[in-house]
Design a protein. Structure first.
Length: 183
């Protein structure tokens, strides 16, 4: 998901900004594969994803958005002026949804400059592996709950525009398909 105001964070060294995969690239519809182990190669991928996300700038990014179909996503909800708070979720799985919903205006780094309101469960419980290689369980609400659901959707080849009306979705896809052909 993109961040509305520009945020520039020097998070670390040795990281690479990767090109983003943009709609209608069919890669975005691919289901990502589970990760078998947390090794240095995976941690480098996580760092590259964070660097790419900060550069965009965004608050969440899934592996497939830089063309890597593996079940990993990164999130940082720190606001401008706050310390960076990078979070890495490996093989995330939603184990509980609330019945109560909440609506956020969402956007996506793979669908630049398009925003729409999406309703999702307000509170979720997510089980995942952290960058420490250990299993964690977090209960998320507010923007974190929305962002996690948006990014986990990416791991399943689902985009936020799949949650809006078919008419709106077809218009967006048409616009981006036209733009891609124009290049
Ligand atoms: Zn997205």
């Amino acid at each position: 998901m993109p961040v509305p105001s520009l945020k520039k964070i020097g998070y670390g060294e040795r990281m690479t900004i990767k090109p983003l995969i943009i709609l209608p690239d069919p890669l975005l519809r691919q289901v990502s594969a589970p990760i078998e182990r947390v090794d240095s190669e995976l941690l480098t991928l996580a760092d590259d994803m964070l660097e790419t996300m900060y550069d965009a700038p965004g608050i969440g990014l899934a592996g497939i958005q830089i063309g890597v179909p593996r079940r990993i996503l990164v999130i940082d909800l720190a606001r401008e002026g706050e310390e960076p708070a990078p979070q890495v979720f490996i093989n995330p799985e939603i184990v509980k949804f609330s019945e109560e919903g909440s609506v956020y205006e969402e956007g996506c780094l793979s669908i630049p400059e398009y925003y729409a309101e999406v309703e999702r469960p307000a509170t979720i419980t997510v089980r995942h592996i952290g960058r420490d290689g250990k299993e964690h369980v977090v209960e998320a609400d507010g923007l974190l709950a929305t962002c996690l659901q948006h990014e986990i959707d990416h791991l399943n080849g689902v985009l936020f525009i799949d949650h809006i009306s078919r008419l709106k979705r077809e218009m967006v896809i048409k616009k981006f398909t036209k733009a891609a052909k124009g290049k």
